[in-house]
Design a protein. Structure first.
Length: 195
C-alpha cells in the first residue's frame, strides 16, 4: 500500500521552503510520495492577492516537475465549498480504497489549533500526522504531541513565507532566489504580485 503525505496550502506562490520541507518528508520518513493539495479560492471570499486556482496549480506543477515523489493535486477544486480536511480525506479514502494510505503534514503552529478542526478526532483516529517544526511564539503545548498518531519530524526550519514574497516582489525587491526557477519564470512572465 502506497503511503501518501498530504501537504495542504494555497501555495500563493509555492517557494523553496515548501520544496525543502516536502522533499525532507519523502526522503527521511516512510512516506512514498507527498501530494501538494492546493486549497481552492473560496467562492465566499474575495482575496485580491490570491491567484486563480489554475495559476497556482500551474506554478506547483512547474515546481515539482523534476521531483518524481512530489505531486501536484487539485483534488479540492472539485469538492463542495467551503471545504474541510475531513471531507477531502473521506473522498481520498473512497477513491483509493485499499491502494493508498494518507497522512497529513502540518507545521507545529497548526497543531496548536488542530483541536478546533471539524471532526479532528476522526482524522486522528484514521490518519497519522507528520508535524514539522516552526519558529513561533512559545513552545507548542499540546496534549496531542504525545498522541500515538502524531509524528514529530526533525525537518529543516524554513522561515520563508508566500506573503513575504508577494509583498517584497510588489515593492520591486529581487525574490528570485526564494522560488524554484520555473516558478519565477512563470510568475515574472505573467506579471503576478506586482503593484
Amino acid at each position: 500500500m502506497k503511503r501518501i503525505g498530504l501537504f495542504f496550502g494555497t501555495f500563493n506562490p509555492i517557494h523553496i521552503g515548501h520544496l525543502v520541507l516536502a522533499n525532507h518528508m519523502v526522503e527521511f520518513s516512510d512516506l512514498d510520495e507527498v501530494w501538494f493539495v492546493i486549497t481552492p479560492q473560496s467562492p465566499f471570499k474575495t482575496n485580491q492577492s490570491l491567484l486563480d486556482n489554475h495559476h497556482r496549480y500551474q506554478m506547483v506543477y512547474e515546481a515539482l516537475a523534476d521531483y518524481p515523489k512530489l505531486k501536484p493535486s487539485k483534488i479540492e477544486f472539485n469538492l463542495p465549498q467551503p471545504n474541510y480536511t475531513i471531507n477531502t480525506l473521506t473522498y481520498l479514502y473512497e477513491e483509493y480504497l485499499g491502494t493508498h494510505r494518507f497522512a497529513l503534514i502540518m507545521g507545529e503552529d497548526n497543531l496548536k489549533s488542530f483541536h478546533k478542526w471539524k471532526n479532528y478526532e476522526v482524522i486522528l483516529e484514521n490518519h497519522e500526522i507528520f508535524v514539522y517544526p516552526r519558529i513561533s511564539e512559545g513552545k507548542t503545548v499540546s496534549k496531542l504531541l504525545d498522541h500515538p498518531k502524531i509524528r514529530q519530524v526533525d525537518a529543516p526550519i524554513m522561515e520563508i513565507s508566500s506573503s513575504f514574497i508577494r509583498r517584497e516582489h510588489g515593492l520591486g525587491k529581487n525574490v528570485r532566489p526564494l522560488l524554484p526557477e520555473k516558478v519565477w519564470k512563470y510568475m515574472d512572465e505573467m506579471n503576478f504580485y506586482r503593484k
